[in-house]
Design a protein around this ligand. Structure first.
Ligand SMILES: CC(C)(COP(=O)(O)OP(=O)(O)OC[C@H]1O[C@@H](n2cnc3c(N)ncnc32)[C@H](O)[C@@H]1OP(=O)(O)O)[C@@H](O)C(=O)NCCC(=O)NCCS
Length: 159
């Protein structure tokens, strides 16, 4: 995951420790996709890290989702999110959430596509803004606004 984050060229890199921690303590809501072709069997081509926010237990919050550039645009990101919602640890969630940087068209389209697939509305709410992020040495803010995409209520098969 740590390497794939760098390969995307878009995701904000975090420490390797952060990914190890997520995969140990939030493994029920973190998924990876591997290629099974000869020669590259086991290559990790996509991942999603998510958790149930303690303050909004009805939600599954996606921290990061990444697809290797060579595998993008083939439906993998959407499949990962739909699979995440099918996992037992997310099965009772009524909302899927993520923050999306205002310039990240691919990510915005991904979550809107999932909302459409699920037949659920997608609200876009103010969440993290530039002022929430550090601006070292008085330079321009290093991080764009990240509004919250909140998809739901989800119509679940067992509801
Ligand atoms: C965002 C990302 C995960 C999407 O994964 P993906 O597997 O390429 O997306 P999918 O093939 O499942 O496509 C899902 C939808 O997004 C759209 N989409 C995907 N990439 C797009 C792009 N670059 N520009 C515009 N739309 C795009 C698809 O057309 C599809 O919409 P549709 O169902 O209306 O046709 C992938 O582009 C990526 O890893 N980007 C870099 C990391 C990132 O920005 N992560 C999200 C922030 S946490």
């Amino acid at each position: 995951m740590w390497q794939l984050v760098r390969a995307t060229g878009v995701l904000e890199p975090n420490s390797a420790y952060a990914y190890a921690l997520l995969c140990r303590d939030f493994s029920e809501t973190c998924l990876v996709a591997e290629v099974k072709e000869d020669g590259i069997e086991g290559d990790l081509v996509a991942f999603v890290t998510a958790y149930r926010p303690p303050a909004r237990p009805e939600a599954v919050f996606v921290w990061q989702i990444g697809v290797h550039p060579r595998a993008q645009g083939q439906g993998l990101g959407r499949r990962l999110l739909l699979e995440l919602l099918r996992r037992p640890a997310a099965a009772d969630a009524t909302h899927l959430e993520a923050t999306v940087g205002v310039s990240n068209t691919a990510s915005a389209r991904l979550f809107q596509s999932v909302a459409r697939e699920l037949g659920a509305p997608c609200e876009i709410l103010p969440w993290f803004t530039e002022r929430h992020f550090p601006s070292p040495e008085g330079r321009a803010p290093p991080h764009e606004d990240e509004p919250l995409y909140r998809i739901g209520p989800l119509r679940r098969r067992n509801a």
